[in-house]
Design a protein around this ligand. Structure first.
Ligand code: TPP
Length: 591
């Protein structure tokens, strides 16, 4: 069948199962936009290319399928660099198509030319500059294969205009759809790992049975590996407590007796301290991020480490594992469960973990996540808003968040019971992530309620995508925790810069969020007093034909606790002042 490169590109995306793509056209990608009109693929026209990238990420987070974005050359391409970096850090499968100037113009500083493969080399799993129309189907197949297998990540495909432009003879091509075997053979150096080394798995089983104070340290890789069920089996079989990192919230149900919640800089006391005092950390799809370890030299000093990861580069990158296991986490866990069962039925026993379990319960009792209730006349407590929201939505609601204090409170105070219900920017920490990510998630999961929790600073970065949501009838809901500040930065200035507040004040009224929401086709609601919280949430939950924005006026003085200050060890975790004041010994570090 004869076609042009642009048609081949769209056909290839269809063949890869693309149901939706997010993008914005321009000169270099124009010829590809023409066959979009005849395609089964739904195209969502964004208002800024950053929005397209984050929508693709939100879609991928919520569905497990790769998100697809398409933008033009030059500024279109550079506008999507942040989402690519974000997807790279958080291992999100994504395929991004960029237009490029015609081949003959490359390197001439042509209008809207930029070297996007050069620019994105460090933030993509792989990228391609396609040099002939005939290559398009194979490159698209390679791109999807690379994005979705092994450690997932973003792949960029840069397409010069002349090979997709039907007016140019260079765009003429046949249609040759490569087989799976041909795709694999075309990537001879790429061998994503599958099962783990059986000997390593046996050594891991031995360590697990011998440990007195084991903790399952679960990272986002568990979700990428679709391993939540396998993890549950492992935890229940061994009765080992589980911490879920910021990227793994929902991988193990918060309501489960064995769940300790989130560790890290703003993790809860018990999750942080149990890791710190553990004698065996079983790290599954986790990468010993500095926000989890604190000062690495002082991290979990007595713990042996089992580290399973799909990416061999993670093993020993931060902390040398006693047992490294390279492979797919789901398969590794399944093999580990089988090895443990064999040993248990052959009579293996575990040491008495009673003292450890009571130590954990003691910490949970003494240091629950807590905040001081508002005094009469105070502004809303952000944690209280989140508790109301959490208790008013279906359990499988998808929650997206921005970056800052509101993100930490959302992760702390929500109750994640299902995988793929928490979407946030963990590695890159990208302000402006939540609104477009929530839109992408809702497109992928229209059956689910989708809320974005955002800060007033973050909201101002990408709010215009609510115009996209209104135009496309994507009824997401946004809760802005408006504390009139770049709150997280304000918190650091208060705690570490002697309350010298530099360039963090935003104003509560500028912009007027309700009017802004309304002007974008959304319902806008403002909440200023505690009595208004519940009715506003109920109203927002009832609206299903357009986006809703609820602005909550929150107390700017509120800080996120617990906190492990940057550069300190997890022993130095700071609980909120009203808990610290009780004179209780706070772990062996004590303070
Ligand atoms: C794009 C980007 N710029 C700057 C930062 C640094 N930063 C981290 S949190 C934060 C404040 C966020 O403010 P807001 O959205 O109002 O949320 P809050 O912390 O008040 O909840 C800033 C500026 C960032 N993470 N991302």
């Amino acid at each position: 069948m004869d076609m042009n490169g642009g048609q081949a590109l769209i056909r290839a995306l269809e063949m890869e199962g693309t149901e939706v793509m997010f993008g914005l056209p321009g000169g270099a990608i124009l010829p590809v936009y023409d066959p979009v009109l005849d395609s089964t693929i739904r195209h969502i026209l964004v208002r800024h290319e950053q929005g397209a990238g984050h929508m693709a990420e939100g879609y991928a987070h919520a569905t497990g399928r790769p998100g697809v974005a398409m933008v033009t050359s030059g500024p279109g391409a550079t506008n999507i660099v942040t989402p690519l970096a974000d997807a790279y850090m958080d291992s999100i499968p994504m395929v991004c198509i960029t237009g490029q100037v015609p081949r003959a113009a490359i390197g001439t500083d042509a209008f809207q030319e930029c070297d996007i493969t050069g620019i994105t080399q460090a933030v993509t799993k792989h990228n391609f500059l396609v040099t002939s129309a005939d290559e398009i189907p194979l490159v698209i197949r390679q791109a999807f294969h690379l994005a979705t297998t092994g450690r997932p990540g973003p792949v960029l495909v840069d397409i010069p205009k002349d090979i997709v432009d039907p007016t140019n003879p260079a765009s003429a091509t046949g249609w040759d759809w490569p087989t799976d075997a041909e795709v694999e053979a075309s990537l001879p150096g790429y061998h994503p790992a599958t099962t783990g080394d059986p000997e390593a798995i046996e050594r891991a089983a031995e360590l697990i049975l011998a440990a007195e104070r084991p903790v399952l340290y679960v990272g986002g890789g568990i979700l990428k590996a679709r391993a939540a069920e396998a993890l549950r089996e492992l935890a229940e079989l061994t009765q080992i407590r589980v911490v879920t990192t910021l990227m793994a919230r929902g991988a193990f149900p918060d309501g489960h007796d064995l769940c300790l919640g989130m560790p890290g800089m703003h993790g809860n006391y018990t999750a942080v301290t149990s890791m710190q005092r553990s004698d065996l950390l079983i790290a599954l799809g986790a990468r010993f991020d500095d926000r989890v370890t604190g000062k690495v030299a002082g991290f979990a000093p007595e713990a042996k480490i089992i580290h399973a990861d799909i990416d061999a580069a993670e093993l020993g990158k931060v902390r040398r594992p006693d047992v490294p296991i390279h492979g797919d986490c789901r398969l590794i866990i399944e093999d580990l469960v089988a090895a443990l069962r064999r040993r248990l039925s052959a009579g293996a026993t575990t040491p008495d973990r009673g003292p450890w379990n009571s130590q954990i319960s003691g910490w949970q009792e003494r240091y629950p996540l807590a905040y001081e209730p508002p005094a009469e006349g105070d502004q809303l407590k952000p944690q209280m808003v989140l508790e109301h929201l959490r208790d008013s939505v279906p359990e499988d609601t998808i929650l997206a968040s921005g970056v800052g204090q509101h993100q930490m409170w959302a992760s702390q105070y929500w109750r994640f019971q299902h995988p793929y219900t928490w979407i946030n920017s963990g590695g890159l920490g990208t302000m402006g992530f939540s609104v477009p990510a929530a839109i992408g998630a809702k497109v992928g999961r229209p059956d689910r309620m989708v809320w974005a929790v955002d800060g007033d600073g973050c909201f101002q970065m990408t709010a215009q995508e609510l115009v996209t949501a209104s135009a496309e009838r994507i009824p997401v809901k946004v809760a802005i925790l408006n504390n009139a500040y770049l709150g997280m930065v304000r918190q650091w200035q208060e705690m570490f810069y002697e309350e010298r507040y530099s360039e963090v004040y935003l104003s509560p009224d500028l912009p007027d969020y309700v009017k802004w929401a309304e002007s974008m086709g959304c319902v806008g609601i403002r909440v200023e007093s505690p009595e208004e919280i519940q009715p506003a949430i109920d109203k927002a939950n009832d609206i299903d034909d357009r986006p809703v924005v609820v602005e909550f006026r929150t107390d700017s003085r509120e800080k996120v606790f617990p906190m492990v200050a940057a550069g300190t060890t997890n022993d130095e975790i700071q609980v909120p002042p009203f808990q610290a004041g009780h004179g209780v010994q706070t772990g062996e570090g004590g303070h």
